[in-house]
Structures are given as C-alpha cells and as structure tokens.
Design a protein around this ligand. Structure first.
Ligand SMILES: C[C@H](CCC[C@H](C)C(=O)SCCNC(=O)CCNC(=O)[C@H](O)C(C)(C)COP(=O)(O)OP(=O)(O)OC[C@H]1O[C@@H](n2cnc3c(N)ncnc32)[C@H](O)[C@@H]1OP(=O)(O)O)[C@H]1CC[C@H]2[C@@H]3[C@H](O)C[C@@H]4C[C@H](O)CC[C@]4(C)[C@H]3C[C@H](O)[C@]12C
Length: 383
C-alpha cells in the first residue's frame, strides 16, 4: 500500500486525530496509538481501525523518556492536545526533532500553535464559527447550524492533517528532513471553503443566508419530502439538467418563471414540494434514475450499502464483527488501501509487542510495567 513502512505514533485524542491516524493506517502505515492507562481513560476512539495500542503514562519521567525513544524510530508523531501540553511533558518539537531530525511532528489543534485562543478549549462548532464557514450554513430565518462535527473536526482537521503529513513525507524524500505540521481546524475549515471566498463576486452569495443558490434558497438545489416520509435530493443547477428535472416533475418549462428568477424561488419550492409529496421515494427513483436531472434518494446509513450503485462499487465494507463502514477513499488503482478487518484495539493491548519492536529489552519492559509506567491489557482468549 502507498504508506507501507511508515511508522506513526498517534497520541490518543478525541475525534480529529483518530481519523488522521485511521487514514494513515488504512493506506498502509503502521499506526501505534499511545493511550493513557486503561485505569484512567475510557476508549473513545471509534476510528481505531488498523491501529495497535500502547498504554503509557507520559506524565511520569520514564514514560516520557520511553516515548522519546519510540520517536527515534518513528516517521510521524501526531499529537492532539492544546498548545503547550507536549512542551510541558518535555516532548515538544524542539526536543524530539533534535533527537530525530527526520521526524514529522504533526500538531492537530482547534486554533493552531499561536494566537490568543491557542490554549483555549473548543470543539468542532467553535472552530467552524471562527473560520467564518458556520455563518454560511443554515436555512433562512434559522440559526446557523454545524453539520455534525464533519467540517472542522474531520474535513478541516483529520483529513487536512493527514494531507500535511503525507506532503511532509514526500518532501522528506528530497530533503531528508522532518518538520512540524501545524494543523489548525479553524484554518483547515476555512481553507476547504475557499470556493465560498473565491465565488463572492459570482453573484452566488449576494443574498441572506438560506436565500442563495447553494444554501437552500434555490428550488432546484434542495431536499424534498416524499409520500412515504423519506426525501429526495435535487441538484439540477445547469439549465440542461433543470429541464430534465422539470420534465420528471411533469411540469411545463414554458409556463414556469425563469430558473434564476430569485424572487420566484419561494413559490417554486412550494410547488416542487407539493409534487414530491405525491409519490414515494422509490417511485421518484424510478422516474429519475438514469436521467441527468440530478435527483437522488437521501439514503440512511442502513440503506447506503444496499443501494445498487454503492454495491457495484463496493463503497461500504464489513469487518470481522460484521460492522459496516465506508471504504477508504480515494481508490488508488495499483496500490489501493486494504483496511484491516479486525476489531479496534483495546487500550494497552499491544504494549509489550510494540516496545519489543522498537528495541526495548524484556527487562526494560518489565521494569516499566512494575513501576506502572506502562500497562498491559491482553484480551482474555476465547476459550
Ligand atoms: C469523541 C466524541 C466526539 C467529540 C467530537 C467533538 C465535537 C470535537 O470537536 S473533538 C475536537 C476537540 N478539540 C481538539 O481536539 C483540539 C485540540 N485539543 C484540545 O484543544 C484539548 O485537547 C481539548 C479541549 C479537546 C481537551 O482539553 P483537555 O484539557 O482535556 O486536554 P489537553 O489540554 O489537551 O491536555 C491533555 C492532558 O492529557 C494528558 N495526557 C495525554 N496523554 C497522556 C498519557 N498518555 N499519559 C498521561 N497524561 C496524558 C496531558 O499531559 C494533558 O494533561 P494536563 O491537562 O495536565 O496538561 C465525544 C462526543 C461525546 C463524548 C462523550 C460524552 O461527553 C459523555 C462522556 C463524558 C465523560 O467525561 C467522558 C466519556 C464520554 C462518554 C464522552 C466520550 C467522548 O469524548 C465523546 C463520545
């Protein structure tokens, strides 16, 4: 796989850094998640696919020293803490890059490593708010709303950080040097919304939130409820696709206002809603499937893997526990990701094997274990 042979140490975090680690693991990196002791922490990493877990107390001198030793043989370190925590542990980039100049030291935070909020707590919605993007999200006359924690935590955080790591890995093939990846979720979310900024003068955003073409203002870019309480998504932006939408709705284009007549959009939406409410989702799919009307069913997580198109592509996979989840993306033709089918690791499940792999002797491991600096958590064998 593309990242085979890359050794990653992912310090356990909440949601963004676990996605970053999972992406790297899916594409072949050996990812070790460095957990707090299972006695003091519950495992909240639901993105542990392909990772192994080492439980180590970084607040103890020998624990921090052990991580420094692990970093000597690692390619990447991902840390998910607020600014200054790693420095407090004696594990800041100055120390670790001095000891291993090839290390890629990724710091995934909400506000970045500088600026007045650098040491402030926050979550996805806060970062999205500070990025400006949240101000654009939400229906007319309603409060702005954050689409779950997808945009800052994951798109602007975990994915952007993984991208930064992979760019630094590529750069290192030429320079031989590591560097710090300062991944701020505010800036990641803002960056991925560059289109919003760059299209300001296209007339797409001149109106209030919820009245524009792509933010639920337009009747041809909207979701509509069907007779059976499900929904259809309509994205018929271009005139040639809009024409097919109108045809599928059995309306006469000549008798309708112009597609871009903003003042008529509210009435058009009501008309389309009334029509969509007359048939079931399956009936609308029979009408629109195979056309360029840009109309698709809004599928639930229970339905997506069963949809013909997704089945044909194998877009959703099952692991050993019969759990369904999305296949890694994108699909590389020659070296595709092969996500692990195994369950996620328990905290500390692989402590001993990892330390042995990284050159610790059995005596050193025994000493760290007896001093409760590290923890073993071997699952009970199924009898
Ligand atoms: C996981 C579910 C989804 C959450 C998504 C949410 C919407 C987000 O946006 S997550 C993104 C959060 N922001 C960032 O990641 C940005 C960078 N990080 C930070 O800013 C901070 O880390 C922080 C604000 C997120 C947390 O601050 P905190 O003070 O806790 O920590 P830090 O200052 O970073 O310091 C870390 C300290 O830890 C020490 N440490 C670290 N590793 C070790 C180690 N190996 N050994 C020893 N010590 C270690 C380190 O030294 C630092 O110590 P100091 O502070 O002393 O310096 C969640 C959605 C719902 C949640 C559940 C729900 O809330 C109910 C339960 C609540 C319960 O309390 C926990 C369990 C829950 C089930 C909970 C579980 C999950 O959180 C959820 C499911």
């Amino acid at each position: 796989m593309a990242l085979s042979g890359v050794r990653v140490l992912e310090l356990a975090g909440l949601a963004p850094s676990p996605l970053c680690g999972m992406i790297l693991a899916d594409f072949g990196a050996q990812v070790v998640r460095v957990d707090r002791s299972p006695r003091s922490a519950m495992n909240t990493d639901v993105q542990g696919r392909g990772k192994r877990s080492l439980a180590i107390d970084l607040k103890r001198g020998p624990g921090a020293a052990a991580l420094r030793r692990l970093c000597l043989r690692a390619d990447v370190l991902v840390e998910p803490f607020r600014h200054g925590v790693m420095e407090k542990l004696g594990l800041g980039p100055k120390v670790l890059l001095q000891e291993n100049p090839k290390l890629i030291y990724a710091r995934l935070t909400g506000f970045g490593q500088s600026g007045r909020y650098a040491k402030s707590a926050g979550h996805d919605i806060n970062y999205l708010a500070l990025s400006g993007v949240l101000s654009k999200l939400g229906r007319k006359d309603e409060n702005p709303y954050a689409p779950v924690n997808l945009l800052a935590d994951f798109a602007g955080g975990g994915v952007m950080c993984a991208m930064g790591i992979i760019m630094a890995l590529y750069e290192r093939t030429k320079s031989g040097k590591g560097q710090v990846v300062d991944a701020s979720m505010v800036e990641g979310a803002a960056y991925l919304s560059s289109f919003l900024w760059k299209s300001q003068n296209l007339g797409l955003w001149n109106r209030f939130r919820g009245e524009n073409l792509l933010d639920s203002g337009a009747p041809f870019y909207e979701t509509y409820k069907t007779l059976d309480g499900k929904f259809m998504a309509v994205g018929a932006i271009e005139p040639q696709f809009y024409e097919q939408l109108v045809k599928g709705l059995e309306l006469d284009l000549d008798k309708l206002p112009s597609q871009l007549s903003f003042s008529d959009w509210p009435e058009m939406k009501k008309k389309f809603a009334a029509i969509f409410s007359k048939k079931t989702q399956a009936e609308w799919c029979r009408i629109f499937d195979g056309t360029d009307a840009c109309v698709t069913p809004v599928l639930s997580l229970d339905e997506v893997a069963l949809h013909q198109h997704n089945k044909e592509r194998g877009s959703f996979i099952k692991n050993d526990q019969e759990e369904i989840s999305p296949r890694p993306s994108p699909l590389l033709s020659r070296t595709p990701a092969t996500p692990s089918p195994r369950r996620d690791p328990f905290i500390g499940e692989h402590t001993e094997e990892i330390l042995l792999e990284f050159g610790f002797t059995k005596e050193e491991i025994a000493k760290l274990h007896s001093e409760k600096v590290i923890e073993f958590n071997k699952p009970k064998a199924n009898l």
